[in-house]
Design a protein around this ligand. Structure first.
Ligand SMILES: Cc1ncc(COP(=O)(O)O)c(C=O)c1O
Length: 374
C-alpha cells in the first residue's frame, strides 16, 4: 500500500526518554529527568484529592462538553465560554486545527526551531511546512520575516501561522513592537489564521510580555493554545485549551472526538485552576531554578540563552548526542536538540533545587569526559 511523500518523510516526535527506560538500560536506581518541561512538584494536591472522589464514576463516559472546566477556563482567562475548546493536550488541538483548516497541498508557516509538533501534525495531514530563519544571535523568532514570507509567497496557500510564545526549545519571546506590527499586517484577514501557542506564559517574567489570551478577542483570526501540562502539573492527564472566535470552536467541536478529554482530566483541571498557591509555588521553583542554572552555567563557562519558560537552552560546546549519553549513564536525562538544527545545544528543564544541583554536578563532570568540538 502506498502512502504520501509527507508520511514517508515524517520524522515522528521524539519525547524525552522515560525514567523507567533509563533505569533499565543503564542499571540505575536514581534517575533525574529534566527533559520534558514538566512540573517537578507533582500534580496539585487539590487535583489529586478531586480525582479520588471521581474514581468510582469511571464506568460513565465523560461530559463531552466539559461544562465545569470550560466555565472555569472562561473565568480564568476572562473569555466567553463559547470561545473555549478542550483538547487531549494542546498537541491534539494543533493536530485538529490543521486538519480542519488546511487541505493537502496547503501550507502552514512558522519559524525555524519552533516547537516541532506543528511540523509533525502538518506532515501527517499532508500539509506543507514553510519556515523563516531564526535570529541567530539571540534565537528569537523573526515575526517580520514571517509576515514578509506570507506576503511574498501568495501561491503557497499558507492557511495558518504558528507562533509559540515563549518558544520551545529556545525559551524566547517575540518582541512587543514586532508583535504589534505583525498584527497590523496580518490581523483580521480572512485567509489565514494566527495561532499563538502559550504553553509557558505563566513563567514569563518580562513585564512587557503581551499575552495573546488578552488580545485575541480584538481579531477575527487569532487563536490561542493553553496547556495544563506545565505550570498546572498535569502532563500525564493530557489536557489543553483553545481560546478562539466562535466560528473556529464550531468547526473544532464538530471534528473532535466527543470524549477527547476524560473525566479525571476535567475534574483535575478545575481543581488545578482553583489552586493558586500551587501555581505560585510552581513559578517560584522555576524562577529560583533558572537563576541558579544561569549562575552555574556562567561559572562553567557555558553560554546559555535567557529563558521565559521552565527550561534553559545552553551550549555544551560538544556534540550534544554524546553529552546526552554521558549524562544518561550518570542518571541525568536532558534533551539534546539536534532535531531543531542545534548540534551542540542542550535543553534542561528546571527541577526541584536538589535535582538542579545534582544536574550541575553531572554536567561539570561530563565536561572533563566528553571532548569539545574543535
Ligand atoms: C510550545 C509547546 N506547545 C505545546 C506543547 C504541548 O503540550 P501538551 O502537553 O498540552 O500537548 C508543548 C509541550 O512541550 C510545548 O512546548
Amino acid at each position: 500500500m502506498k502512502v504520501s511523500a509527507e508520511i514517508l518523510n515524517l520524522i515522528p516526535y521524539k519525547p524525552g526518554k522515560p525514567i523507567s527506560e533509563t533505569q533499565r538500560e543503564y542499571g540505575l536506581t536514581e534517575v533525574i529527568k529534566l527533559a520534558s518541561n514538566e512540573n517537578p512538584l507533582g500534580p496539585s494536591p487539590k487535583a489529586i484529592a478531586a480525582i479520588h472522589k471521581y474514581l468510582d464514576h469511571q464506568h460513565r463516559y465523560p461530559d463531552p462538553s466539559g461544562y465545569e472546566l470550560v466555565q472555569k477556563i472562561s473565568e480564568k482567562w476572562n473569555v466567553p465560554a463559547t470561545q473555549v475548546g478542550l483538547g487531549n493536550g494542546s498537541n491534539e488541538i494543533i493536530d485538529l486545527l490543521i486538519r480542519i483548516f488546511c487541505e493537502p497541498g496547503d501550507s502552514i508557516l512558522t519559524s525555524e526551531a519552533a516547537f516541532v509538533a506543528y511540523q509533525v501534525c502538518a506532515q501527517a495531514a499532508r500539509v506543507r511546512v514553510r519556515t523563516t530563519p531564526l535570529r541567530h544571535n539571540d534565537l528569537t523568532i523573526d515575526l517580520k520575516a514571517i509576515a514578509d514570507h506570507f506576503f511574498h509567497n501568495p501561491t503557497a496557500k499558507i492557511k495558518m501561522i504558528f507562533i509559540p510564545n515563549p518558544n520551545n526549545p529556545t525559551g524566547t519571546l517575540v518582541g512587543v513592537q514586532e508583535l504589534d506590527e505583525f498584527l497590523i499586517r496580518l490581523g483580521n484577514r480572512d485567509d489565514v489564521l494566527l495561532v499563538f501557542d502559550e504553553a509557558y506564559t505563566e513563567y514569563v517574567r518580562d513585564k512587557k510580555f503581551n499575552e495573546a489570551a488578552k488580545f485575541y478577542k480584538n481579531y477575527s483570526n487569532v487563536l490561542v493554545l493553553k496547556t495544563f501540562s506545565k505550570v498546572y502539573g498535569m502532563a500525564g492527564f493530557r489536557l489543553g485549551a483553545l481560546l478562539a472566535p466562535e466560528y473556529v470552536l464550531e468547526y473544532y467541536n464538530r471534528v473532535r472526538n466527543p470524549f477527547n478529554v476524560n473525566d479525571l482530566a476535567q475534574v483535575a483541571g478545575v481543581a488545578a485552576l482553583e489552586d493558586k498557591s500551587y501555581v505560585e509555588q510552581s513559578q517560584k521553583v522555576v524562577w529560583e531554578g533558572l537563576d541558579y542554572f544561569y549562575k552555574e552555567l556562567k561559572r562553567l563557562n557555558l553560554h546559555y540563552y535567557p529563558s521565559e519558560a521552565n527550561f534553559v537552552l545552553f551550549d555544551t560546546k560538544r556534540n550534544s548526542e554524546h553529552v546526552h549519553v554521558n549524562l544518561l549513564k550518570k542518571g541525568l536525562i536532558l534533551r539534546p536538540v539536534q532535531n531543531y538544527g542545534f548540534k551542540t545545544l542542550m535543553r534542561m528543564t528546571v527541577g526541584q533545587m536538589d535535582e538542579n544541583k545534582k544536574a550541575i554536578v553531572a554536567i561539570e563532570k561530563m565536561l572533563t569526559e566528553v571532548s569539545e568540538i574543535g
